[in-house]
Design a protein around this ligand. Structure first.
Ligand code: KG4
Ligand code: ZN
Length: 368
């Protein structure tokens, strides 16, 4: 008698995560061991440190996920693990552990694309409209991708990439701009918290059209230009002393909640932050709505770390609903990397008997 219980394991970047999900929708446990504090000192993820930290965390994280779900290992129907994309050494830790569990428990192993996981973080919580294809925007520190998703007769999803960033990911731009401004890491939550204190119309950052040689990738993004524009603005307005003072203050109080940091910023900085965010959010929404219109998608799902952004959520809802489109986001806990989304994505694949081969390995550059 199948129990509908899948253990998901995620270790593609700087979060060691495990979760038990029932029937693809019911989250019984969702454990995430974040390495943010470890990498913050370097201003970004250090791959070697990440792998070692995953190795340290993987056993206790999986144990907690099983215990919090109130089950025992033998209750599971399958083990799901992130196959890629991600850091090779980081992925290998989760994969090797998932393989060992699958072997020891004699349960099937399901390999999941991390990006499909992000999309399922939304689908597991809200069913999309079925009167057209679904358009998914995955926007994180590593990705800014648009996919057209359709359900197959076997009830699994297939994806067609219809847009992507040609340089930096949107989350990467948030992180780099936050670093330029002397704010903490990761930068997204800091900019999100400080933007409401500034005037979003103070500075206009323009995004030009992006050349693309691939015929059907018509809805691309580029975020490296805005990062350079912010740097030029900082230099042109001699903002460095104010920035360095803030950097030193935050080095002394690294645990300062982002929402309390406004006191460390002058109005010019707050205006710069608000204008940066308004431009990034604007271009993400513009391209997504243009793609939805071009492909006749009535349902939009937005996921990945940047989907936690409050302005993105508010403006997306307003602008989609006025066009008769539905837009869905994951809960905040499921926006950033987690393993519930991996277990959820595995459920239709288990039902379709799409089990991973024994030779399955890390696919750092895996595409969706
Ligand atoms: O999905 P995620 O946890 O990991 C990747 O797969 O990259 O995304 C992390 C990214 C970071 O760049 C972080 O700055 C950004 O998501 N982020 C945000 C917010 N929270 C996290 N960006 C904007 N606003 C937020 N509230
Ligand atoms: Zn992610």
């Amino acid at each position: 008698m199948p129990s509908g219980l899948i253990l998901g394991i995620e270790s593609s970047c700087d979060e060691t995560a495990a979760s038990v999900v029932k029937n693809g929708t019911q989250v019984l446990s969702n454990v995430v061991a974040s390495q943010i504090a470890l990498h913050a000192a370097y201003g970004g993820v250090v791959p070697e440190l990440a792998s070692r930290e995953h190795l340290r965390n993987i056993v206790p994280v999986v144990r907690s996920a099983i215990a919090e779900a109130g089950i025992v290992f033998s209750d599971l129907d399958a083990i799901a693990v992130t196959e890629g994309p991600g850091l090779p050494g980081a992925l290998l830790v989760g994969i090797l552990y998932a393989k060992s569990l699958s072997f020891g428990l004699d349960k099937p192993l399901i390999a999941i694309n991390h990006l499909e996981g992000h999309i399922h973080a939304v689908l597991m919580q809200s069913a999309p409209r079925t009167d057209g294809p679904l358009l998914a925007l995955v926007v994180s520190g590593g990705h800014t991708h648009l996919y057209l998703a359709t359900l197959t007769p076997s009830n699994t999803w297939t994806y067609r990439n219809v847009g992507k960033t040609v340089d930096d990911a949107a989350g990467e731009a948030y992180d780099k701009v936050a670093k330029l401004l002397g704010l903490g890491y990761p930068g997204g939550p800091w900019i999100d918290a400080l933007a409401p204190f500034g005037n979003p119309a103070a500075i206009s950052f323009r995004f030009g059209p992006i050349d693309t040689k691939e015929k059907d990738l018509r809805f691309n993004f580029s975020f490296s230009g805005i990062k350079t524009a912010v740097l030029r603005y900082i230099q042109a307005h001699a903002m460095q002393p104010e920035i360095e003072a803030r950097r030193s203050a935050l080095a002394l109080t690294p645990d300062l909640p982002p929402k309390d940091a406004a006191a460390l910023c002058n109005q010019q900085t707050l205006d710069l932050i608000a204008s940066f965010q308004a431009s990034v959010v604007g271009v993400l929404i513009r391209q997504t709505l243009a793609a939805a219109e071009a492909f006749g998608a009535k349902s939009i799902v937005v996921s990945g770390g940047v989907a936690a952004n409050r302005e993105l959520r508010e403006r997306f809802h307003k602008e989609s609903e006025s066009r008769g489109l539905s837009v869905a986001f994951p809960s905040l806990a499921l926006s950033t990397d987690n393993a519930a989304m991996i277990a959820a994505a595995a459920w239709p694949r288990l039902l379709a008997n799409e089990v991973a081969p024994e030779s399955m390995s890390a696919m750092p550059q895996l595409r969706l």
